[in-house]
Write a protein that binds this ligand. Structure first.
Ligand code: SF4
Length: 135
């Protein structure tokens, strides 16, 4: 199975379990930083996120919420259906950032320090010879 097939399959599986009750949105500490989310009905924001997982366009509030996610995990703890809501958001985040080959629907942050951080971590575990070969 390809990564794209896995993303699509997990998206569909989780979306089918979600009732769009909005408890995950209510529990989220990032809603003040997501444009329009605090003013919207939590269930409508959740439904927009679920729509993204079903290949839909979502809503502006849902896209803002997805983009603001910092992986706190509080959404998962709040879900009455015992769904891994954090995974739903993560999948939705992949999708709106173009993981399936579509144009990104939210700004994709360029992380200029990603490679230096990986190398710094790798230096902790590699011999000097390995570092010379791989870094
Ligand atoms: S709390 Fe669970 S069931 Fe309710 S909207 Fe969020 S993911 Fe869906």
């Amino acid at each position: 199975m390809s990564l794209a097939e896995h993303i699509r399959g997990e998206s569909a599986r989780l979306a089918a379990l979600c009732s769009a009750c909005g408890e995950c949105v209510r529990a989220c500490p990032m809603t003040p930083y997501a444009a329009g989310v605090d003013a919207a009905a939590p269930g409508a924001v959740a439904a927009g996120m679920r729509d993204v997982l079903r290949d839909g366009p979502g809503t502006p509030e849902a896209l803002a919420w997805i983009g603001a996610c910092t992986k706190s995990g509080l959404c998962t703890a709040a879900c009455p259906e015992r769904i891994d809501a954090a995974l739903m958001l993560r999948l939705a985040g992949m999708r709106v950032r173009g993981a399936l080959g579509e144009a990104p629907r939210i700004p994709v942050r360029e992380d200029t320090q990603f490679s230096p951080r990986v190398k710094a971590f790798a230096r902790l575990t590699m011999t000097e010879e390995e570092q010379a070969q791989w870094l």
